[in-house]
Design a protein around this ligand. Structure first.
Ligand SMILES: Cc1ncc(COP(=O)(O)O)c(C=O)c1O
Length: 401
């Protein structure tokens, strides 16, 4: 079955009763090429942002050959997804607290050699699980500030200044290649986040007096959402390049990054149906336990568009959404700007959900949908092209399930 549709076409021709994920492989490939061409080092895709096998293959085909995985299931997923296209990637197991069995399987069965850690306990665990391997790339994760980011990653992981020296020296002894990594928090709204974190790296290297082979600046690269419009990614790359070049180890080390959100946000959107209107609250058929986790739990806003054949002349108003489950928390406060006459039966496209959207979907209360359709129109916003406003539109699509 092949069909030709835009987002509007999906709504008007198919009238889906359940949410439909629209995927845009061209947008993901464009993001990948951007990182491959412009980031001054190597870019790993952080699979947790969106573990879709199709996306993994799309990114690989566009030049992303290294993947940041955080669980043994992600190791298997990437290996299997790429084996299906006869390809093999380098997998880096960058969760600082892993199950020993997961390390052993990754090392012995999948050839993973790169692991992160932030404690002596984890270093010992990795050595045990790999049989004291001598071919390991071990990245010590430093704790850095999340002050410039919308989503903190500053509490859970990362060695503190007081423990870094001993850990770096011990890891240097054990590793074939020693790395230092950090994560500035997700959706970092200023390049300063990276400059500051690289200063922390400098202090750690000077204090421990070790040679370092990899500097990994992690994820955190932003996408664009209503109310969160970052400066161009080139400014982030420049700040990182400047900081890296000024490190005492830059002549002998590789520079890596691990974007998740920035490579996947534009990949997908969701078409939902309005089941009821109550004042300026719309009851829609996806929500907090579906692809809208961040809209519900972080209060993030996403771009929305009413999918009607005829453009109306109604003024725009702010709406809140309720998701489909029988749960008060299934509430997205927005405001989401839509024409004032939106009503039950209307379809809405919610954009920029490729990162941490589909990946967070649960089947809670019996509401879930894996219906997916590939479209060829542009995403609702983009950091990689200026041609998406006023809105996009091509028409041809291939179909999904
Ligand atoms: C170790 C690591 N790397 C990369 C990422 C991806 O981050 P982002 O999606 O903000 O780019 C994460 C996200 O949690 C992470 O934990």
């Amino acid at each position: 079955m092949h069909k030709h549709h835009s987002a509007l076409g999906v709504a008007t021709a198919l009238k889906p009763a359940a949410p439909v994920t629209l995927i845009r492989p061209d947008a993901a490939a464009r993001a990948a090429r951007f990182f491959v061409e412009k980031f001054p080092g190597r870019s790993l895709y952080a699979v947790k942002a969106n573990p879709s096998p199709d996306l993994i293959r799309t990114l690989y085909a566009a030049g992303i050959t290294h993947f940041d995985v955080a669980s043994i299931a992600e190791v298997r997923l990437v290996a299997d997804s790429l084996a299906a296209m006869g390809a093999q990637a380098k997998l880096c197991f960058m969760h600082p607290v892993k199950a020993e069995e997961a390390i052993a399987e990754a090392y012995h069965r999948y050839g993973v050699r790169t692991f992160s850690l932030d404690s002596m306990d984890e270093l010992e665990k990795i050595m045990r699980a790999t049989g004291d391997a001598t071919d390991l790339e071990l990245c010590v994760r430093l704790r850095v500030s999340s002050e410039h980011s919308e989503l903190s990653l500053a509490s859970k992981f990362g060695a503190e200044p007081g423990e870094t020296r001993e850990l770096l020296m011990a890891t240097r002894q054990a590793a074939d290649a020693l790395g230092i990594c950090f994560h500035v928090g997700s959706q970092a709204m200023s390049p300063q986040a990276y400059s500051d974190a690289i200063e922390r790296v400098r202090a750690a290297i000077v204090e421990a007096a070790v040679t370092v082979d990899i500097i990994d600046v992690g994820g955190g690269f932003p996408s664009v959402y209503p109310g969160m419009e970052p400066v161009a990614l080139e400014h982030y790359f420049e700040a990182i390049h400047r900081g890296f070049e000024s490190l005492p180890v830059s002549y002998s080390s590789e520079l890596w990054c691990e974007p998740g959100r920035a490579l996947s946000a534009e990949y997908s959107s969701v078409v939902v149906r309005v089941e009821r209107r109550r004042g300026n609250e719309l009851y829609i058929n996806d929500g907090a336990y579906g692809a809208l986790f961040d809209a519900a739990h972080l209060g993030w806003r996403f771009p929305v568009e009413l999918l009607r054949d005829e453009a109306g002349i109604e003024p725009m108003e702010g709406f809140a959404f309720y998701g489909p489950t029988c749960d008060d928390m299934d509430h997205m406060v927005g405001p989401f700007m839509l024409p004032a006459d939106v009503q039950a039966g209307d379809y809405i496209e919610i954009g920029m959900l490729g990162a941490y959207g589909a990946a967070m979907r649960t089947g809670f209360n019996g509401f879930t949908s894996d219906a997916t359709i590939e479209v060829e129109d542009e995403p609702m916003a983009s950091l990689y092209t200026e041609s998406v406003t006023p809105r996009r539109r091509a028409t041809i699509i291939k179909l999904g399930k």
